[in-house]
Design a protein around this ligand. Sequence first.
Ligand SMILES: C[S@@+](CC[C@H](N)C(=O)[O-])C[C@H]1O[C@@H](n2cnc3c(N)ncnc32)[C@H](O)[C@@H]1O
Length: 342
Amino acid sequence: MAFSFNFDLQIKTDEAIHKDSIQKDQDHEPKPIVTNDTKEKINSDGVKEAKEHSPPPDCQSLLEDAVRETFTLGTLPPIHYLNESVFEQTMSELLDSEDILSKTAAQNTDLISGVYEGGLKVWECTYDLLEHLEAEGEAFSGKRVLDLGCGAGLLGILALKRGAREVHFQDYNSTVIERVTLPNVLLNCEDDDDDDDDDDGAGEGDEEGVKYGCPPPKRRAPGPPRDTKLAKCRFFSGSWTSFLTEMLSNDPLPKYDLIMTSETIYNEAYYPALHEVFRKLLDQGGLVYLATKAHYFGVGGGLYLFQNFVEQRDVFKMKCLKNVEQGLQRHVVALSFKKPDQ
Ligand SMILES: C[S@@+](CC[C@H](N)C(=O)[O-])C[C@H]1O[C@@H](n2cnc3c(N)ncnc32)[C@H](O)[C@@H]1O
């Protein structure tokens, strides 16, 4: 089944992605490089502290000058998101408190460990997981969902549109959360085209195949429908370790029925923190959907290394759900607890 975008921008080919330069870091968690203009809080271990971000009172201001794209696939509701290229070219430096745009441009890289972990663009395994969810279905209705390492947040947005009870979005970078994830969620809260809030399965849906030049969804004045959807969402930035600490301080401890995570196992040094988030925050009967490349050249992580790590920890079982063989191999897998109370 083909998925489609309603724009003409060049989508990165596997070959191009293969050439993406990714900076390797051997440390356990990203070590932020603190500059004078970095307003992020760095804790004593040198990792970026978790911060919860609330939508501003005037949400609409986040969408000023927004150029939107729409992803459609089969029976999935359309998912709107900011055009990455336009966003990168037009975002004011003043809004980029982490200065990640200029740093990545200067270094011509998709990731700078501890500074920018890649969330400004949509990575291709996100689409693999969306394809899997479209083909196999997933009952989001009533579930608590975490989009971990969310970037643009397309996975969490799908859950929201499909009636999840709560959706939490986490990204390392506050700039990503504030300037990309939050606006994207807003774009999807305000239109009429996804009124399957309490629907588990196929929504209204679109015809299968390419849909170029979709008219923009109807604008709806801010009001209860949007506010209701937005009220189901929470947004967090910071390292996984600090995010976990933040969540563990809640009483009762929030547990997720579903954790969805795409392109987050590229750095072996982060596996302990990632595994701990799964172990502590996944509900006993819950499921982790993980979409990944088989190997990340230049960084060294990938599915086989992560699989070994998971097997050694002996907490989760892993099941392969989808393999994409062309170009760089990619996979969608599911993790669930081996035994209760781990
Ligand atoms: C390559 S991006 C993928 C973004 C998005 N999931 C996608 O598929 O388009 C990896 C994401 O994982 C998150 N991430 C990676 N390592 C992290 C860490 N140690 N702590 C917190 N977040 C991390 C980053 O925020 C980043 O957005």
